[in-house]
Design a protein around this ligand. Sequence first.
Ligand SMILES: *Cc1c(COP(=O)(O)O)cnc(C)c1O
Length: 517
Amino acid sequence: MTDSQRRPATGGAAPASADASAPVDLDPPDWERFRAESHRALDHMIDYLAAVRERPVWREPSPQARERFRRPLPAEGRGLAAALEDFERFVEPYANGNIHPLFMGWAQGAGTPAGMVAEMLAAGLNSNCGGRNHIAIDVERQIAAWMAEVFGFPAEASGIFVTGTSIANFLSLLIAREHALGERNVRKNGLRALEHQLVAYASREAHNCVRQAMELAGVGARHLRLIESDAGRALRLDALIDAIADDRAAGLHPFLVVGTAGSVDTGAIDDLDALADIAEREDLWFHIDGAFGALAALSPALRPLVKGLERADSVAFDFHKWLHVPYDAGFFLARDPDAHRRAFAANAAYLTRAPRGLAAGETWPCDLGADLSRGFRALKTWFTIEVFGTERLAACIEKSCRLARRLEGLIAASANFEMRAPVTLNIVCFGVKDDPGGQLNREIVMELHESGEAAPSLTVLDGVPTIRAAIFNHRTREADIDAFIGMLERAAQRARGEPPLEPLASPREDGEPLSLD
Ligand SMILES: *Cc1c(COP(=O)(O)O)cnc(C)c1O
């Protein structure tokens, strides 16, 4: 075949398909069959969610499952039914486990069946939410306005969805940098032209992504001062004030303080009101990493813990943690919409705004962050808030804090375990007594994962590996916490090489009915 035969002539039609009656597209050839297969898939997943308690929390992916994902790139498709069958055999049994009521690792949301439906609807629309004049942009603005109300921000505050709090914290750093440098035009000139080195401040309990944001922004991790924390693991204000004074005396340029509302290790909350005072006095951008803790503001009972949130310049948080919006749904909210826009807006020809039509409208999400093409994360968040309402969502948040207190009480009464950090919200850090190196703690956590009984995680507090139960799941009940302490006691006996205790009865199903199922 010559080159001219292989290619269609310039301006000519696409090559004719072998069967002219079968269009080349990706829609189902038979919509009724597609309907039946998709309904079966949805029914299957609803059964899966309803029976979540009957399965282990986690299972190691089998060699066959791993092998399934090492196949050559398929040239020919096998159809939806075959893909669904593989999903049921090789994917579903080996999932992360965070939907299970005994998953307590890291800081993860459980999702909701309602959120799943919203995610499917959003995928059907397949909207590109970088901007333009369509309703998804209004839904996203609705979420920003609602969160401004929840946090006590002005109504004109601007916000956007991002993957998670890690990226939302990074956005805050870029805005703070731009804000601090103003006319020096850091977006154009970069940082090398500056005569004074920028420095930022956060507690030593701050999430590692704050440090990473300093790296990504080119300010450098060395210029993040990690300030000591007090007995409650909140940032020490006197140490912060001293650090700022030292840096100013050394000719540096303090520009940002990051407060933590709910630290990832222990749930500690900085004195946000006092940080707002210091930031005001020192002319620093005041950002809050409230990944999960900021949403305590939804609960009238917990709201006093995050007092001062309303004075921040910006807040980063996740709907996918304590609000159980399906992954991913991070959010960034800025008090001053102009400062937010100044850090990101650009004028590319292909993004020109029109007075009318689909390209109309001002301040598109792509003016407020680094993403251009983006999915419709706002829809699953809007569904979650509309379906449950803030009172029920807050009741689930309060419940997880109550369960954390219950676990704290059981640990304190245990012969094997002791508490390792104060409980502020929903995170309980504890360890085996007389285990200075934390080796038994590591053993216990790995063993609970492998047995599929429960999934706490491990962290390191003051240099010692420590067991950490972060209770986020709306499905977790008192009976689960009581069963969990039994699992821990038995795992401790085994880790110490002592004969196991009798297993406890499985959790009663008549526990508290409150969940988002
Ligand atoms: C989870 C968490 C983060 C990171 O959020 P992602 O959504 O995982 O990016 C940052 N800070 C705190 C306090 C967190 O708990």
